[in-house]
Design a protein around this ligand. Sequence first.
Ligand SMILES: Nc1ncnc2c1ncn2[C@@H]1O[C@H](COP(=O)(O)OP(=O)(O)O)[C@@H](O)[C@H]1O
Ligand SMILES: [Mg+2]
Length: 159
Amino acid sequence: MSESNTVERRVTLASPEETHRLGVRLGELLEPGDFVGLIGDLGAGKTHLVRGVAEGARVPRSEVASPTFAIVYPYSGRIPLYHADLYRLTGYDDLYATGFMDLVGGEGAVLVEWLDRVPEAAPREHLRLTLAHAGEDSRTLEAQAFGARASTLLTAWLP
Ligand SMILES: Nc1ncnc2c1ncn2[C@@H]1O[C@H](COP(=O)(O)OP(=O)(O)O)[C@@H](O)[C@H]1O
Ligand SMILES: [Mg+2]
C-alpha cells in the first residue's frame, strides 16, 4: 500500500484531551479541497477528533453534531467543513445518490468517518487517519498522506 512519496506518522493519544488538541491543530491547517478519511472501530475517537478539527477551523461549537442520522453535516468556520459518516452506507452508489461527491475537492474541506465502508469516496490525494483502541483512555493514530498536498499537511500537523 505504501508508495515512495507517501508520508506516514504513528502517534499515541494518551487521553481524549490529547486527541482533541491534535484535532484543533489539524483544523488550523486545513484548506479548501482537503480530504481527510477516518477509519476505526466504534469508540475509537473519530468523532472526538473531528470535534477538535472543527474547533481549530473556528466552527461555532453549537454547530458540531455527531453525524449519526445524516450522511453529511456542513459546518461553517474559517472555511466550510463537511463532516460525513458512511457507517450506514452499503456502497458507492448509495453515496453518489447523496450528492456527497460534489463536495469533494470543492470550496471546503471534507472529513469522512468510516471511509473504509466506501473507499472509492476518497480522491487520489487525501489524508487517511486510522484510530485504534490502545486502552481505556488511550488510542493509536496512524496517518498516511497520499499526494503532495496531503504530505505537506501531514508534515505540518505531525512534524
Ligand atoms: N485518547 C482518546 N482519544 C479519543 N477518544 C477517547 C480517548 N480515550 C477515551 N476516549 C473516549 O472514546 C470515545 C470516542 O468516541 P467517538 O469519538 O464518538 O468514537 P467514533 O466516532 O470513532 O465511534 C469518547 O467517549 C472519548 O471520550
Ligand atoms: Mg463517530
